[in-house]
Design a binder for this molecule. Structure first.
Ligand SMILES: Cc1ncc(COP(=O)(O)O)c(C=O)c1O
Length: 405
């Protein structure tokens, strides 16, 4: 068998799927999700009022150790509000990484600010503290008002937004130190890293704000949803207010005291989230065991598997291999997709997208290196017989998931 044939055969065998398409990451509902959803429907509170929103916020705060967690409509909305409350304003600049989903750059744009791109590390694929420090040393000046400005544009650096790529934590403690040194607020894009810890602390809890996504492709999902993490009580209250149209509480009056957003998470979505978060540790365990199998298999083929960096526990949300060059990458993508194994390259670097192509960039050699080589491979939580049982209520309230694993 050729190497590519062995890869297809191995992936089919671990997912116990001889024929059908194996996708990159699909959700698993095998706990109390159905029960909580029906309960939310029966309560008739399906939108933004209802007990599940508060319950889900509490569950996320408890799991992550964040003093406050504020639900949002999705991860992008959570990033947008986090940036606004961190103080990002029109004309500001925000240090972001080129290897990322476009959401952070878009959220920066919603604030009227512009991204400035700083390179990532090759092992974490998240923002590199060394590259960040070097960029700021060359380009930043601290002024008498206490803020840090870009020497070239004279615009303020108003935030730093690192991302925990594919669930592997970046070197966030070193980044937090640099942020403090330059007095630039740190907002973590923890969209992909629910369940990932760095030096024992949950990702998203190192800066002023962290934003999580519960989109359908994430390790746990609410269909669509997000969460803002913060340790600042006042900012948490403000986040709640501004994400819920900034309505002043009153028995009947419709008064809104600032321009708010309808970024509310629905009670239905939160009910789903309450069921999902109960499953999270089990999902991480199963994914880490899949990562072990992949690591051994690819080592045997001489292909580098993207293992977690030191001093962390990754949720292994999306697993990846690192190939030799772009032509090997493209061959891998073509063969696997032709054989109904969904694989994907890393995102086109954000600094290459039309709307961000004129933004300032540091040396992005690691990002460019990764862009040529990284391929994501199927990473869903493996639950035997999931598809034959789903939709029949077999998992509801049962131990079947836990029992068979
Ligand atoms: C790195 C990153 N940031 C932000 C988001 C945005 O989250 P959402 O899709 O919930 O808006 C996503 C994923 O969807 C993501 O992968």
């Amino acid at each position: 068998m050729t190497r590519l044939e062995q890869i297809v055969s191995f992936i089919r065998s671990v997912f116990s799927e001889p024929e059908k398409m194996i996708i990159l990451h699909d959700p698993r509902f095998c706990g109390n999700e159905r029960k909580y959803l029906l309960d939310a429907m029966d309560s008739n509170f399906v939108s933004s009022v209802g007990e599940y929103v508060g319950k889900f916020e509490k569950a996320v705060a408890e799991y992550t150790g964040s003093p406050f967690a504020v639900a949002a409509v999705n991860g992008t909305g959570a990033l947008h509000i986090s940036l606004l409350l961190a103080g990002v304003q029109r004309e500001d600049e925000v240090l972001a990484q080129p290897v990322s989903f476009v959401a952070a750059c878009n959220a920066i744009s919603y604030c009227g600010a512009r991204p400035v791109f700083v390179d990532v590390d090759r092992d974490t694929m998240g923002m590199s503290p060394e590259k960040l420090a070097h960029f700021l040393k060359l380009n930043a000046v601290k002024k008498a008002d206490g803020f840090t400005y870009n020497k070239t544009t004279d615009h303020r650096f108003a935030a730093i937004v690192p991302m925990h790529t594919f669930g592997h934590p970046c070197r966030i403690d070193a980044i937090a130190e640099i942020a403090e040194q330059y007095n630039i607020p740190l907002v973590e894009d923890a969209a992909e890293s629910m369940g990932s810890f760095y030096k024992g602390r949950h990702t998203g809890c190192f800066g002023q704000f962290g934003a999580i996504s519960f989109n359908g492709n994430k390790i746990i999902t609410t269909g669509g949803g997000g969460m803002i993490l913060t340790d600042n009580e006042e900012k948490a209250k403000l986040a709640k207010h501004i994400t819920t149209t900034a309505k002043v509480p009153h028995r009947w009056e419709y008064r809104h005291d600032i321009t708010g957003y309808n970024y509310r998470l629905t009670n239905l979505a939160a009910a789903l989230g309450c069921g999902q978060i109960e499953q999270l540790e089990k999902f991480v365990r199963i994914k880490r065991s899949l990562a072990d199998q992949y690591a051994q298999f690819f080592a045997h083929l001489g292909i580098k598997f993207n293992s977690e960096p030191d001093e962390c526990r990754s949720n292994y949300w999306l697993m990846a291999v690192i190939l030799k060059n772009r032509s090997e990458r493209d061959e891998f993508l073509t063969y696997t997709n032709d054989h109904k194994i969904m694989t994907r390259p890393v995102w086109i670097l954000n600094n290459r997208l039309d709307m961000y192509a004129d933004c300032q960039c540091g040396d992005l050699s690691n990002a460019e290196w990764l862009e040529d080589r990284v391929v994501n491979i199927p990473s869903s939580v493996i639950i035997p017989d999931y598809y034959s049982n789903i939709g029949r209520g077999l998992y509801m309230n049962s131990l079947s998931c836990g029992g068979i694993l």
